[in-house]
Write a protein that binds this ligand. Structure first.
Ligand SMILES: Nc1ncnc2c1ncn2[C@@H]1O[C@H](COP(=O)(O)OP(=O)(O)O)[C@@H](O)[C@H]1O
Ligand SMILES: [Mg+2]
Length: 170
């Protein structure tokens, strides 16, 4: 995986950072690095087109959190729940089939935002007002490049030193 920010041109700390992934395995590996830096209470919104790699990335996060069971797409179940080693839950949600905030609230969506949980939401931006305040959300956008590679873009005001530093994501 190539980090595109060159050391000669550091970006301001509150800007998005981008990485390129050439394969599903690389995207999962980046998910592992990213997931290892997450703290309890984190909410991650994965925003990308169908087939871009949101579920692959979420699988990497789950691996980093010590979840061994298979992590499959929650497209039909809407929300999958896993026990975190050491307590708390990993919630993996797919908002694709929800029409928006009201739909999410109708399924008790608020329970997925818990200080003791880590919550990853595919198509999270569809939930609008039902999401926690913007500054608490880490947004990961994945776009498919003409050559098939995936550009992974991470943005969050709190991600100061890069998303893969354990101290950076609170
Ligand atoms: N660089 C890449 N990163 C992630 N997935 C990739 C990549 N290149 C090809 N793929 C393929 O794209 C698909 C992504 O699927 P998935 O993670 O389910 O997408 P989404 O959840 O965004 O709809 C998989 O079949 C995967 O093998
Ligand atoms: Mg998916």
């Amino acid at each position: 995986m190539t980090k595109e920010n060159s050391p000669q041109q550091p970006r301001p700390s509150n800007e998005a950072k981008t990485w390129m992934s050439a394969s599903s395995d690389e995207t999962e590996a980046f998910g592992v690095q990213f997931g290892a830096a997450l703290k309890r209470g984190a909410v991650v919104s994965l925003d990308a087109p169908l087939g871009a790699g949101k579920t692959v990335f979420a699988r990497g996060i789950a691996r980093a959190l010590g979840i061994d069971e298979p992590v499959t797409s929650p497209t039909y179940t809407i929300a999958n729940e896993y026990e975190l080693p050491g307590g708390g839950r990993f919630y993996h949600i797919d908002a694709y089939r929800l029409s928006g905030a009201e739909d999410f609230e109708a399924i008790g969506g608020g329970e997925f935002f818990d200080d003791n949980a880590i919550t990853v939401i595919e198509w999270g931006s569809r939930l609008g007002a039902a999401l926690p305040p913007q500054k608490k959300i880490i947004t990961v956008e994945i776009s498919i490049q003409p050559d098939g590679r995936r550009e992974i873009r991470v943005s969050n005001e709190q991600v100061a030193g890069g998303p893969c530093r354990a101290s950076a994501i609170k």
